[in-house]
Write a protein that binds this ligand. Structure first.
Ligand SMILES: [Zn+2]
Length: 88
């Protein structure tokens, strides 16, 4: 089953790493969320895509800012790359 294709190179992308951390930062500063996701990469041009995003986020609203920041730092310290996306 083909899941991701690089449109520039027209080849299938490969999953490079599972359990990367995707942080969604809302521009109105009302909420931050952490998701577990996968990092995909084209083996020809090295273009990367984050996909396979978990359905349930870990949010600072639900658990409090201190616990949220501890979890984020522990995941980074454990070697999970962090990607940040800003959302309006
Ligand atoms: Zn490519």
């Amino acid at each position: 089953m083909i899941t991701k294709v690089c449109v520039s190179c027209r080849i299938e992308m490969r999953c490079e790493k599972n359990d990367v951390v995707l942080e969604v930062v809302y521009e109105d500063a009302t909420l931050n969320e952490l998701f577990s996701a996968d990092l995909w990469q084209c083996q020809t041009c090295n273009r990367q895509v984050v996909d396979g995003i978990a359905h349930l986020p870990f949010s600072d609203r639900a658990c409090g800012e201190a616990m949220y920041n501890r979890l984020k730092q522990s995941m980074i310290a454990a070697g999970h790359p962090l990607f940040i996306v800003h959302r309006k």
